[in-house]
Design a binder for this molecule. Structure first.
Ligand code: 5AD
Ligand code: SF4
Length: 472
């Protein structure tokens, strides 16, 4: 184990050296041009990608690029998602538009990374149809961005570096955090579950947990830097630590994180229902720092479909689990992901999904129409429903979910609760936006100087998915 850790540290040192060299080189370029060099970072997909983008942005700033929101930048990086087909289509659309910027500024560099790049067919298509792309890499070698830029500066043609998988975790590289007061922390990478519809295990590789001491060290240093809320990130945090040399449960890790002085809020994402332990429920119930919110993707309410999805729980298991959680933590907010139109889903199966939605009464649910991902087991399954039927189911589900969410989310109207103030309201800058422990937003009048602070607010009026409040 020590050996592997040494290798990681060496690699991080090597990357820091490359960053130093590149910085000198880019400084010269800036002098020649008589202006700063800019980068634009575009990120699609989940929290994992958002976290990777913070790392990429950290590297770009370290070597001297300045951030801009305009895609007409000197360096454009797009971190892609491939979980559903339309995520891919958006990337191709954007790439087409970028061609004109590159014509205007031939020194512009375009880099693509993330889950979509782990698919060989995608890379082939880009090589053939999008020759203006300069650098392509994947999910396993984000830490190498500086090295890839250096390669591009020294060589003609597209630089392509995709790793099939990795056992390595390279840490201690720069990161440009989006917020000063809250931060995502990777606790594990990859997924071993192979749900039959899902491409994630193929593009993010097998489960690899970080050692608890490394996670604690990182969180302590974030707290010293002003962070008071962390979001522990993994595709399936409930199986954290099982494959470590000294195995440890996720619940135990949470207890260790809870001990960190100065840390006020702990969130985590995502939980697989099949692995959610009684120990975790108990730790959550007794904790003062773990937020009262659980994202528990159910995907379908039909035992048959769940079986076809390889989810390894039944409708009854899911309902029982929710009951247990609600009994132990009455003020918990539950959110979920639901897929409609899985190939084997009949109307009867869909009605099981509606039944669970009605029984659980989620605070919110992300609903998706099943999207076929080539290479996954479900991609070869025959559809039993038509496209129209599936669209109709999707609309019915959305209506049900929204109506329930509206009622569930208003349950705290009139109460005084604590928010972490996250920023100015995007629609109305005289208002602040804060987040309750249960993840619901509250907009209320206040000064920008409160951003990053905890504040008690009275929840005056529920607007369905958020509250209007006032400071008390
Ligand atoms: N089609 C539709 N939705 C999907 N998800 C994952 N794969 C697919 C797919 N092929 C959804 C699941 C998962 C969320 C992140 O994306 O609901 O929980
Ligand atoms: Fe995909 Fe299932 Fe893994 Fe989630 S648990 S990332 S849905 S394979």
């Amino acid at each position: 184990m020590r050996v592997e850790q040494n290798v990681n540290e060496l690699e991080a040192m090597r990357q820091h050296e490359i960053m130093e060299r590149l910085k000198v080189r880019l400084d010269k370029k800036k002098q020649e041009l008589g202006r700063p060099l800019t980068y634009c970072s575009v990120c699609f997909g989940c929290q994992m990608n958002a976290k990777d983008s913070e790392k990429l942005e950290g590297i770009l700033e370290k070597i001297g690029y300045e951030r801009t929101e305009s895609e007409e930048a000197d360096f454009l990086i797009m971190n892609t998602c491939t979980v559903r087909e339309n995520a891919n289509l958006r990337v191709y659309g954007r790439l087409g538009q970028l061609k004109k910027y590159k014509k205007k500024n031939p020194d512009m560099m375009i880099a693509l990374c993330g889950c979509m790049m782990q698919e060989s067919l995608v890379v082939e298509k880009i090589k053939q149809s999008y020759r203006h792309v300069d650098i392509i890499f994947g999910t396993h070698n984000v830490f190498k961005l500086a090295e890839l830029i250096e390669n591009k500066l020294d060589n003609d043609g597209m630089i392509i570096d995709i790793w099939e998988g990795t056992t390595e975790i390279v840490e201690d590289l720069p990161s440009d955090r989006k917020y000063d007061f809250k931060c995502g922390v990777n606790i594990m990478y990859g997924c071993n579950n192979f749900c039959t519809y899902c491409i994630v295990p193929y593009v993010r590789g097998r489960e690899r947990s970080r050692k608890p001491e490394d996670i604690i060290k990182e969180i302590k240093s974030l707290v010293a830097d002003g962070v008071s809320e962390v979001m522990l990130l993994g595709q399936n945090v409930n199986s954290y630590g099982k494959n470590l040399e000294e195995p440890i449960s996720f619940a135990t890790l949470l207890q260790q994180v809870e001990q960190i002085e100065g840390l006020k809020r702990i969130r985590f994402m995502t939980s697989h229902p099949k692995d959610l332990s009684d120990e975790l429920i108990e730790v959550m119930a007794n904790s003062t720092k773990i937020c009262k919110h659980l994202h528990l993707p159910m995907q379908s309410g039909s035992t048959k479909v769940l079986n076809d999805m390889n989810r390894r729980y039944t409708k009854e298991d899911y309902l029982k689990l929710v009951e247990k959680i609600k009994t132990a933590i009455p003020d918990i907010s539950l959110t979920t992901d639901i897929i409609v139109g899985f190939p084997t889903e009949t109307e009867e199966d869909f009605m099981d999904t509606i039944d669970v939605v009605k029984k659980v009464r989620f605070d919110s649910a992300f609903t998706f129409i099943y999207s076929k991902r080539t290479g996954t087991p479900a991609a070869t399954m025959e559809f039993v429903a038509s496209e129209e039927e599936i669209k109709d189911r999707f609309n019915r589900l959305l209506e049900e979910v929204q109506e329930i969410a509206k009622e569930t989310c208003s349950k705290d109207e009139g109460k005084i609760m604590e928010v972490l103030v996250e920023g100015l309201d995007e629609q109305d800058e005289s208002l602040l936006t804060g987040r309750l422990s249960n993840n619901i937003l509250v907009h209320f009048p206040g000064e920008a100087s409160l951003i990053g602070m905890y504040q008690n607010v009275k929840l005056k009026e529920s607007k369905g998915f958020y509250y209007i409040g006032e400071m008390v």
